[in-house]
Design a protein around this ligand. Structure first.
Ligand code: BG6
Length: 487
């Protein structure tokens, strides 16, 4: 489909948590900066009985709560709310879609739908949209996770969507791809000449990807307990990060070129066999402890029932291709960790020979750290000589070459990931959305891990809240002589 901004936006789940925290504030941010197409209308829909006026009041409250004070501008808020309307919808009632379509009005100038719904409702929603004329050529659909819980269910959802929306009008969201520093991985790798020659098994010893969070279950028991960390974080965000680190250089910055390369990485992931699951993966569930400065309860206490859902997972992965042969990719993510941090650490190979060893100088391998959040920086740890006359031997120390993106780009506002993604959806740019073949290759790899857990009757090990997960996660890397970066 040619890239053309749509004139209308339809938000499902318009009264939900994501809408309040992310979608409405993002749309407001774009509006305030004059980035939304003139006349773009935003129709919210959900089950609850609201009308335009009450939904506008709801939206205003969400903005007051979630938009930083210095970004709130009374005039901009008022003119934003003029765009907003609401139509209640029982997603399972086919008759309701006619009313929805009447509310949205003529879609010949283009409609973008943002759909976040329970997997069980996909069939009803897609049929309803189609029946009401809200799935034609001028309509594109953005899909928020969870899009299934394994390969089979994800195929089912994607098949259902595909009956009404071809792939070029389907935008699967992984909000990590909307983050500025995640896109910066591409700039770092492919906008500089000095990394690429060593960006392979000859130059790199191992890659570590960590997404740690201090939050626990939050208000998401119904979803999270059925998902767990592997599906919630690894099957999407962590694998996307891995792909951006591991992929071959795409020829162009466009949706096909970039997604082709990512898909190849997913297809090259070495399947973890059931007999290796206990060796190459670790699962955990948080117990009581202290995290993010508070005393917190265990997962099962928060849930108020017994559960074997993992809130932590660590995996030793391999990308079986020429470039990455023999290089482990260690992934770990968990809730109730000591700090909130998303980070990629690339550990380079040691120098082949140390000329300092006879003078007592110790070397450490270089490490490139890409910190995605909460701070945004790139750090290269390099060896330097400590000042001195070296009478007692040469002292060498690891020091950081620092690129603080926060400081370097202090004047430019960091947008939340959904601002970028909603604008791309409105404008029809698929580059930062996930293609179906990527998703299916991701699930194929994830399903094999889960099968291994079932086959070995692996249950998550308890870890204290505020720790870096079960001790087995440390052993996962130490066994290879590797230490998790910065524990
Ligand atoms: C979501 C997960 O996709 O990502 C959540 O469902 C998680 O469990 C969140 O907390 C993390 O996102 P971010 O942007 O805060 O790192």
């Amino acid at each position: 489909m040619p890239r053309k901004p749509v004139g209308k936006l339809l938000l499902f789940g318009a009264t939900g948590d994501l809408a309040q925290r992310m979608l409405l504030p993002s749309l407001y941010g774009l509006h305030a900066d004059g980035l939304l197409p003139d006349g773009l209308t935003i129709t919210g829909t959900a089950r609850s009985e609201n009308d335009d006026a009450s939904y506008r009041a709801f939206a205003k409250t969400a903005l007051e709560k979630f938009v930083p004070k210095d970004r709130m501008d009374e005039k901009a808020v008022e003119s934003f709310l003029v765009r907003v309307g609401y139509q209640p919808l029982d997603a399972t009632d086919i008759d309701h879609y006619k009313q929805l379509s009447d509310k949205v009005g003529d879609v010949s100038g283009g409609l973008a739908i943002f759909l976040s719904t329970a997997p069980s409702l996909f069939e009803a929603v897609i049929r309803g949209l189609e029946g009401a004329g809200l799935a034609g050529e001028t309509v594109r659909i953005g899909l928020e996770k969870p899009l299934g819980y394994d390969l089979a269910s994800s195929r089912e959802i994607n098949d259902t969507v595909a009956t009404a929306f071809p792939e070029e009008r389907t935008f699967r969201i992984d909000h990590y791809l909307g983050k500025e520093t995640v896109q910066n991985i591409l700039a770092l790798r492919f906008g500089n000449s000095f990394f690429e020659p060593v960006w392979n098994a000859r130059g790199i010893d191992n890659v570590q990807i960590t997404i740690s969070e201090t939050v626990g279950l939050e208000e998401r028991a119904a979803y999270y307990d059925g998902a767990g960390a592997l599906r919630d974080m690894v099957a999407n965000h962590m694998l996307q990060l891995l792909a951006l680190v591991a992929m071959e250089p795409p020829a162009r910055f466009d949706g096909n070129a970039i997604r082709d390369e990512k898909a190849k990485v997913f297809r090259s992931l070495r399947q973890i066999k059931p007999e290796d699951a206990a060796r190459d993966t670790v699962t955990g569930q948080y117990g009581p402890g202290a995290s993010g400065g508070e005393i917190v309860r265990s997962y099962t206490d928060e849930l108020e029932k017994a559960s074997t859902t993992e809130t932590f997972v660590a995996i030793k992965a391999h990308v079986d291709n020429w470039r990455w042969q023999g290089v482990p990719f260690y992934l770990r993510t968990g809730k109730r960790m000591p700090t909130r941090r998303s980070e990629i650490a690339i550990q380079f190979k040691p120098v082949p020979h140390s000329m300092f060893s006879n003078r007592g100088g110790l070397l450490q391998p270089n490490v490139l750290i890409i910190r995605l959040q909460p701070e945004e920086y790139v750090q290269l740890l390099v060896m330097a000589k400590e000042p001195g006359l070296d009478r007692e031997g040469i002292r060498l120390r690891e020091v950081p070459l620092n690129l603080s993106l926060d400081a370097e780009f202090a004047g430019s506002r960091r947008r939340i990931a959904y601002e970028r993604l909603l604008l791309d959806l409105i404008e029809g740019d698929q580059t930062l959305f996930v293609r179906r073949d990527e998703v299916e290759a991701q699930w194929t790899w994830i399903d094999a891990i889960r099968e291994g857990w079932v086959a070995n009757d692996m249950k998550p090990k308890s870890y204290p809240s505020g720790s870096w997960g079960p001790s087995a996660a440390v052993a996962l890397t130490e066994r290879d002589g590797v230490t998790w970066q910065d524990d």
